[in-house]
Design a protein around this ligand. Structure first.
Ligand SMILES: *Cc1c(COP(=O)(O)O)cnc(C)c1O
Length: 361
């Protein structure tokens, strides 16, 4: 089975660790003597409640999440949080600051304008989001209810290499595409969220880590399913949670712990990304979309400048077993998503392929 797998550079849903898939496969019809699949269990059964609690505990341990933060396992995708965040957090002053550095932060910004007065802390759109602003370039309103940013811009291939300083204004961060790729100091944040399908689990689960005292101030018309306080009170079980995804997240968290934890993930992240950027920078044909100093360790965007040659690259790469390298239409060219589960060896082989393509074209 394993030797017929390709190197999958998809941006999301994306590659999962092989051992996680194999373990899920081995347990798929009979989860540890229960006589049934995790997909078939009552979410209120003891066996599932144990999975649920252990998954929360593992995430808390791995990310070192302080006790005054709650972990929520929600649905409606990362995009659901574009609405949930202002609905729950903007009532403090009616204002919020948004840093727009890519597609998803722009969508979050537009959604938030329905619910309050939103200021742009920065907008890199005029440079097609090839860069991340420095701290001194951010326009900060000390009266903002929160400051919103997206840590890693999945489409453009840029990543914040620092956590913005916002004084007493709570930080809200979309970590969908770089959560678990390095240690973060959770205590600096008011809220962290991530769709699971990039670095954690299959699509269908959104993890929210929220400082508990930020909840409970939602706008009166906040939909029930988007109310953080309701989900805190019911421990994410107001309704049926995404059981299978939560189980899969638990397996991925075991894999992260067995592979050096978040320090181990960061070390391999740097290894993969440094190798790939180095090969691209020393090539004749390829240029990277992102500025040096703003480059993502998770999504590497590059192009030849010639659309036909880009298409040839994507096609020949796929034939050689490197799939899903076509870039997003907003950037064109190519994108190699090199999440946690991408083996270093996959990137080494991709680098050789790039070098050969560079020589022969
Ligand atoms: C993929 C992605 C999203 C959107 O996720 P959905 O679960 O499809 O809503 C939002 N933000 C970032 C950074 C992403 O990478």
């Amino acid at each position: 089975m394993s030797n017929s797998r390709v190197y999958n550079f998809a941006a999301g849903p994306s590659v999962l660790p092989l051992s996680v898939l194999e373990r899920a496969g081995a347990e798929i019809t009979n989860y540890r003597g229960s006589g049934m699949s995790v997909m078939e269990m009552s979410h209120r059964s003891k066996v599932f409640m144990d999975i649920f609690q252990e998954t929360q505990d593992k995430l808390r341990r791995l990310m070192n999440i302080p006790e005054d933060y709650r972990i929520l396992f929600l649905q409606t995708g990362a995009s659901g949080q574009f609405s949930a965040i202002p609905l729950n957090l903007i009532s403090k002053t009616g204002k919020a600051d948004y840093a727009v550095t890519g597609n998803f932060s722009n969508l979050a910004y537009k959604e938030a304008t329905k619910y309050g007065t939103i200021s742009l802390a920065c907008d890199t759109g005029d440079r097609n989001h090839c860069c991340i602003p420095r701290q001194g370039e951010l326009k900060l309103d000390p009266e903002a209810s929160y400051f919103y940013y997206c840590a890693n811009n999945t489409i453009y291939g840029t990543e914040w290499d620092y956590v913005p300083e916002t004084g007493s204004v709570p930080l809200v961060c979309d970590m969908s595409s770089d959560i678990l790729s390095m240690p973060v100091d959770v205590s600096k944040f008011g809220l962290i969220y991530a769709g699971a399908q990039k670095n954690m689990a299959p699509a269908g689960l959104t993890v929210v880590i929220i400082k508990e005292d930020l909840a409970g101030h939602e706008l009166p018309y906040t939909p029930l399913m988007m109310n953080y306080q309701t989900m805190i009170d019911k421990d994410s079980m107001y309704n049926t949670p995404p059981c299978w995804c939560i189980y899969m997240l638990g397996l991925t968290l075991d894999w992260v712990a067995e592979n050096g934890g978040l320090e181990g993930m960061e070390q391999r992240k740097r290894q993969r990304a440094d190798m790939l950027y180095q090969v691209l920078d020393s090539s004749r044909l390829f240029t990277c979309h992102a500025d040096k100093g703003s480059r993502s360790g998770m999504n590497v965007t590059f192009r030849t400048g010639d659309e036909a040659l880009d298409a040839k690259f994507v096609k020949e790469a796929a034939a050689a077993g490197f799939v899903n390298l076509k870039g997003h239409r907003k950037t064109g060219g190519m994108r190699a998503s090199i999440y946690n589960a991408m083996p270093v060896e996959g990137v080494e082989k991709l680098c050789s392929f790039i070098q050969n393509f560079d020589k022969s074209n």
